[in-house]
Design a protein around this ligand. Structure first.
Ligand SMILES: C[S@@+](CC[C@H](N)C(=O)[O-])C[C@H]1O[C@@H](n2cnc3c(N)ncnc32)[C@H](O)[C@@H]1O
Length: 202
């Protein structure tokens, strides 16, 4: 299912946390590798999301989030540096923090080789911490190796569990409109939260 359709079906101000991992084209445009070879073939076969599409997802997310709710968005380094502010420009959302995920294995890159990804923490106003963010020992650099990778872009389950616990209560619902291998479903269920998510590819 298209994640935008899923978001459009949800009520205004009903969801405390969206974890959003868009299939961002930017990194590959930046790297401009001529022949990515077998290693990246799987990634190129996934539906790509231009900035305009990511911005429309964020507009819907803004609408469904509860006041002081969060969207946590996975980005690569180019998106972190170049695009975040313009992507949230048409919304009420405020960037409040980010986490560097050290994947523990080295990837590609012309200058430096890619070993990390970033999770940008974005909050809907009113921006508040007290009574909203309830776990206070999460470091802003997180080491976690993916062991059972079931998707080209699997994300760390332990980190996602900690973050879900930080900003939601037992029985509340976490939404992921581009679920990929459904690491967010696993994370949400393991900490007793409900989950709503989908992926264009199933
Ligand atoms: C970066 S991956 C998500 C990986 C996921 N967080 C995980 O841990 O497995 C992004 C996913 O977005 C999906 N996608 C792209 N456009 C979409 C859309 N409009 N609606 C739903 N899913 C979409 C792709 O098929 C891809 O599986």
């Amino acid at each position: 299912m298209d994640g935008l359709l899923l978001l459009q079906k949800l009520y205004d101000t009903s969801i405390p946390l969206v974890i959003f991992d868009p299939q961002y084209r930017g990194l590959f445009d930046q790297l401009k590798y001529g022949n990515e070879g077998k290693k990246l073939k799987g990634r190129f076969q996934l539906p790509q999301m231009p900035d305009t599409v990511i911005a429309s997802f964020l507009k819907e997310i803004d609408r469904i989030l509860t006041p002081s709710g969060h969207v946590m968005m996975w980005v690569d380094k180019f998106m972190l540096i170049n695009s975040i502010q313009s992507l949230v420009a048409g919304t009420s959302l405020k960037v409040v923090d980010f986490i560097t995920w050290n994947k523990g294995r080295i990837g590609l890159g012309y200058r430096t080789r890619k070993k990390s990804e970033y999770l940008v923490i974005i909050q809907k106003p009113p921006v508040r911490i007290k009574g909203i963010w309830n776990v206070h020992n999460i470091p802003d650099v997180w080491d976690e190796k993916i062991i059972n990778k079931n998707h080209a872009h699997s994300k760390p389950i332990e980190l996602q569990k900690r973050l879900i616990e930080a900003v939601t209560k037992m029985g509340e619902t976490v939404v992921d409109p581009t679920s990929g291998g459904y690491s967010t479903l696993t994370a949400a269920n393991e900490v007793g939260r409900n989950f709503l998510g989908c992926d264009l590819l199933g």
